[in-house]
Design a binder for this molecule. Structure first.
Ligand code: BGC
Length: 791
């Protein structure tokens, strides 16, 4: 085929080639009909396939996010998830999904921690490889990102990570190396710099990526990460989004002037054509992916979410045994986070909140107790009617002066218009609906958006403002636009005509428009007291706590590990009146839990995807095992976290001073015990490990279920060196295997130990230090009952 690619290349002149190496638009790679090359739509894809646009009329399955997927430690599950992602990609007509996100959990403050898999390179690599293999087996490209060391978000466009070659090789590059071995067709180059050079121009794209590892796919820039015309001489193949000005005419001139060799452009085009051939965009059609019915997709997401939930502690209260009454508390029970914010956001056709899911399974009474945010929510469909159709929803109009360009019936209160052709040509956008108050009280009514926005209620304009974005990051502006509101006292059943008008602004085309409402609330103290009283009088209290989009999302890092609002106070007050208090934590990354030893059970659920409530009900009632094991260490307090800083210095430098000691490696080195160690997670049964045997690079262990229920265990293997001339972690993960066993049953866990986990990086390359290693087998990094020497 390489001949054919070269022949096709030979048929393209320089401008045609340059057109191919930047996007056709925001989410499309360019095509060229003269050589049978179709345009290639792509979509973000770490935890669901959005498609080219965010549009509730074309919904996506919302999967558990990165930390949740890694918490399953389950390669087979990832293979099934990969098939679902491929099916979603085909359904949405996209050729590639921009994921998985395989940067590491270096600091728990990292804003995209939820989207990445783990603090451990081997676990990250195993999960990533299964994802890549499975998605691509169905002819859809994966795109592991962001190459490399994009492990935090503060000043993400300019941060300059300073790290040694050994640190990069052993930690941050390793998941990419394994993804390339798994056959990745595309890799995304990060925004940041490493050791002084921005990643789209960094030599790390040549070595080890394209040279030593033999990566023959496309390096695509993170969106807007291509910085210069002359940088086109370097290893980034495709500039996104496009058309990218700096790579258009100026690049043509630079090539003609001999500043950028034409051979560099040819090489990029060859890679893009090879990629197109793989995904069926070159004189062909994309391969059919497996079809998933809605029910099958929902079941898979529900199973995966339960398998990801980590039971951190349990005094025997869980699983719940037919309680007479359950107090369900916490605003996250009704308004949880199904997914993390940012480019990974998708719009599912439906979601099941903990309140909805638990109400199906248990005698639940709910009150929030606390509100996490003063923000209004997009108006819910059961409160708004489109005046044009008389059905739930809103009327969206695109206008140029008085001329109506187009009109749509929409079924969401928050509309993302980014990339929408109508929105691009409209001068004014209007969103209208008839709001019905379902309860009496003080309602907040308003909008969210950027530009000149106004609100008209019952024909009277009550607000007008030129709203400017809070920060400069377009992703944040897209997903978290500023809100403005007025307050109205409404009777139950009262209706109000609502019109939000927007003239887009802020230096961007229309990103989104939202009709927002804030329902009447009790005073904070009344609400808090009601929750504690409900807990006191119920057999069991389940408190759902979590983070918000404002504190944990793409585009910025966290500044604290504390739960927002009065959630800690609520858990403490509830635990004081009800000894059977179960806390469900809905965050993508670690949070401090000062009350963790005072409650009956703690269940960590991550951002579990659209079936959150159903999976939670399965786990709390014992219909499913909480299958997760921690892919990242949970600290007691922020002060004890050994690697924390994510803020670059004035010269942009962000030194990875800790070298190879991140995550549990750093905790073991510091000697401080975290709240819950890496690999930890309880189930509903008990286990005994025995009979460790080693043969070559394979370990086998007998695993006996000593409890009364069937269960699942993740058997983990770590290596250590008692004598070493090299700076090493105290121990490090070398392999793992998940097993299932019935009560009383003994099964064998077979763990493959990759040779690389015995090697370390030196100036001469990979090497194995002579002498014996110790192999430790157990169920977390600190619970390792079996050991053996291994050479
Ligand atoms: C993110 C990428 C994402 C891209 C396209 C960027 O801001 O860093 O992960 O794939 O946007 O949405």
């Amino acid at each position: 085929m390489s001949n054919t690619i070269d022949e096709l290349l030979a048929g393209l002149d320089l401008p045609a080639k340059i057109e191919l190496i930047s996007g056709a638009n925001f989410f499309r790679f360019a095509g060229d009909p003269s050589i049978g090359l179709a345009e290639m739509p792509v979509s973000d894809g770490p935890s669901g396939v959005r498609g080219e646009q965010w549009d509730e009329r074309d919904p996506s399955v919302s999967l558990p996010s990165g930390t949740a997927l890694a918490a399953t430690w389950d390669r087979e599950l990832l293979t099934e998830i990969g098939a679902l992602i491929a099916a979603e990609a085909r359904r949405k007509d996209v050729y590639a999904v921009l994921g998985p996100t395989i940067n590491l959990h270096r600091s728990p403050l990292g804003g995209r921690h939820f989207e990445c898999f783990s603090e451990d390179p081997l676990l990250t690599a195993e999960i990533a490889a299964a994802y890549v293999r499975s998605v691509q087996a169905h002819g859809v490209s994966a795109c592991p990102k962001h190459y490399v060391a994009n492990d935090s978000e503060t000043e993400r466009f300019t941060a300059d990570v300073i790290a040694s070659e050994r640190t990069l090789r052993e930690l941050y590059l390793y998941p990419f190396e394994r993804s390339v071995q798994a056959g990745a067709w595309m890799i995304m180059a990060a925004y940041n710099s490493v050791n002084g050079v921005t990643m789209t121009e960094n030599d790390l794209l040549d070595e080890p990526l394209k040279g030593e590892w033999g990566f023959d796919g496309v390096v695509v820039s993170d969106w807007t990460a291509v910085r210069s015309t002359l940088g086109a001489a370097k290893g980034n193949d495709l500039a996104m989004p496009g058309p990218w000005e700096a790579w258009g005419k100026p690049l043509e001139e630079a090539v003609r002037a001999g500043q950028v060799p034409e051979s560099a452009i040819d090489e990029k085009v060859r890679r893009i054509l090879r990629f197109a051939e793989r995904v069926g965009a070159l004189n062909g059609t994309p391969r059919q992916a497996p079809a998933f019915t809605d029910a099958a997709a929902q079941q898979l997401v529900r199973t995966a979410a339960a398998k990801a939930m980590v039971l951190a502690s349990n005094d025997g209260t869980l699983p719940l045994n037919k309680p007479a009454g359950v107090a369900l508390l916490g605003s996250a029970a009704a308004e949880p986070r199904f997914m993390g914010g940012g480019s990974a956001t998708v719009i599912p056709s439906h979601t099941t909140s903990p309140l909805e899911g638990l109400s199906q399974a248990l005698p639940v009474v709910y009150t929030p107790g606390v509100h996490l945010s003063e923000n209004m929510l997009p108006v819910p469909l059961d409160l708004i009617t489109d005046p044009e159709t008389g059905t739930p929803g809103l009327d969206l109009r695109y206008l140029d002066g008085d001329t109506l360009l187009d009109q749509e019936h929409r079924t969401a209160g928050a509309l993302m218009l980014f990339g929408n052709a109508n929105a691009l040509r409209a001068k004014t956008i209007e969103l209208r609906g008839r709001l019905r108050a379902d309860v009496a009280g003080e309602w907040r009514i308003g909008f969210a958006g950027v530009g000149t926005l106004s609100l008209t209620l019952d024909g009277e304009q009550v607000l007008e403002e030129n709203v400017v974005p809070a920060g400069a990051d377009p992703v944040e502006m897209l997903l978290n636009p500023p809100q403005r509101s007025v307050t109205r006292t409404l009777a139950a059943g009262q209706e109000v005509d609502m019109l939000v008008r927007m003239v887009p602004g802020g230096g961007f085309p229309a990103m989104g428009i939202t009709c927002a409402v804030g329902r009447p609330r009790r005073s904070a103290d009344e609400e808090f007291a009601a929750a504690v009283e409900l807990a006191r009088t119920s057999e069991v209290a389940v408190v759902v706590v979590g983070t918000t989009e404002q504190i944990e999302s793409e585009g910025f890092d966290r500044t604290t590990l504390r739960l927002p609002g009065r959630q800690d106070e609520l858990v403490a007050a509830v635990a004081a009146v009800n000894p059977r208090t179960v806390v469900v934590v809905n965050s993508g990354s670690p949070v401090e839990m000062p009350w963790r030893d005072d409650v009956a059970a703690v269940l960590l659920t991550w951002f579990p995807g659209q079936e959150f409530g159903a999976a939670l009900a399965d786990v709390l009632t014992g219909a499913a095992e909480p299958g997760g094991r921690l892919p990242t260490t949970w600290p007691r307090t922020i002060d004890e976290v050994p690697v924390l800083n994510t803020k670059p210095a004035a010269d942009n430098a962000l030194p990875y001073e800790e070298g190879i000691h991140i995550g549990y490696r750093a905790w073991l080195k510091s000697g401080v015990a975290p709240a819950y160690p890496f690999g930890h997670g309880l189930g509903y049964t008990s286990w005994e490990l025995a009979d460790l045997k080693v043969s070559g690079r394979t370990a086998t262990v007998s695993v006996r279920n000593t409890g009364a229920r069937p269960g699942r265990q993740v058997v983990q293997a770590y290596l250590s060196r008692s004598v070493s001339t090299v700076d090493r972690p105290v121990r490090w993960l070398s392999g793992f295997a998940a097993v299932e066993a019935a009560p009383g049953e003994t099964v064998t866990a077979t763990i493959e130990l990759p040779q690389r986990s015995f090697e370390h990086w030196t100036d001469q390359g990979w090497t194995v230090e002579p002498g014996a290693f110790t192999l430790h087998i157990g169920t977390s990094v600190t619970d390792l009952p079996l050991t053996a020497d291994i050479g």
